[in-house]
Write a protein that binds this ligand. Structure first.
Ligand code: AP5
Ligand code: MG
Ligand code: ZN
Length: 214
């Protein structure tokens, strides 16, 4: 399966991605996670990406598209993948079409997780992530059993540097202006699956799995 997860910041892309890659046994390719790993390791890419991410702006296409193209060429992505957070504008979507054409393959589905904008800030600001295994929690909606400690691996939970109110608001605006038009783009391609991202986490996943039909 060749899948894309589309949705505003805090929609639940990363949360659902964990379930999807587990069930369908495909690699999870999150451009946000790749940038954050590079920032942590202090690479050139990380240094270039940091100011955009902390401002809630898109990292330039010149950096992002090449990164995804390289990742999709790796062995583990040849039989399928889940892209999370890419593409994020029309130029990236057109570039991806070209990359897939060169690989002689097609998208299976684009899963669009719809959430009312009014709850996105609360979702993002309350998010906590495990430093060790990357599991995602929410202080209210999906708390860990012990505050600040991961249920799965006992790792320490942290808050992303871009999960403050001001940056989240910028990210939501960028989403509305640049990313939301992709809903029409993929609807026209006939590959969109719309899911209600305001249900409980497990129910959202049930809807996705039943729409994917396997
Ligand atoms: P990225 O890391 O992709 O962030 P994002 O798109 O803003 O999305 P988030 O990760 O914030 O939200 P999510 O949908 O994954 O939600 P989650 O599942 O964690 O990108 C970060 C930055 O990197 C961008 O701003 C940009 O600068 C750069 N970047 C990345 N890709 C790029 C690209 N292609 N081009 C250019 N720049 C790029 O859930 C959120 C919270 O809600 C969690 O706490 C979770 O527990 C909770 N939750 C989830 N589902 C539910 C539910 N159903 N009910 C209640 N709570 C829920
Ligand atoms: Mg995410
Ligand atoms: Zn953990």
């Amino acid at each position: 399966m060749r899948l894309i997860l589309l949705g505003p910041p805090g929609a639940g892309k990363g949360t659902q991605a964990a379930n999807i890659v587990d069930k369908y046994n495909i690699p999870h390719i999150s451009t946000g996670d790749i940038f954050r790993k590079n920032i942590k390791e202090g690479t050139d890419l990380g240094k270039k990406a940091k100011e955009y991410i902390d401002g809630g702006q898109l990292v330039p296409d010149s950096l992002t598209i090449a990164l995804v193209e390289d990742r999709l060429k790796q062995d583990d992505a040849q039989d399928g993948f889940l892209l999370d957070g890419f593409p994020r504008n029309l130029d990236q979507a057109e570039a991806l079409d070209q990359i897939l054409e060169n690989m002689a393959c097609k998208l299976t589905s684009v899963i669009n997780i719809a959430v009312d904008p009014s709850i996105l800030v609360e979702r993002a600001v309350g998010r906590r992530i495990c430093k060790n295994c990357g599991a995602t929690y929410h202080v209210v909606f999906n708390p860990s059993k012990v505050e600040g400690v991961c249920d799965k691996c006992s790792g320490e939970l942290y808050q992303r540097s871009d999960d403050n109110e001001e940056t989240v608001s910028n990210r939501i605006n960028v989403y509305s202006n640049e990313t939301a038009p992709l809903i029409d783009y993929y609807t026209e391609q006939g590959v969109i699956i719309n899911v209600d991202g305001q249900k409980d986490i497990d129910l959202v996943f049930e809807d996705i799995a039943s729409a994917l039909g396997r």
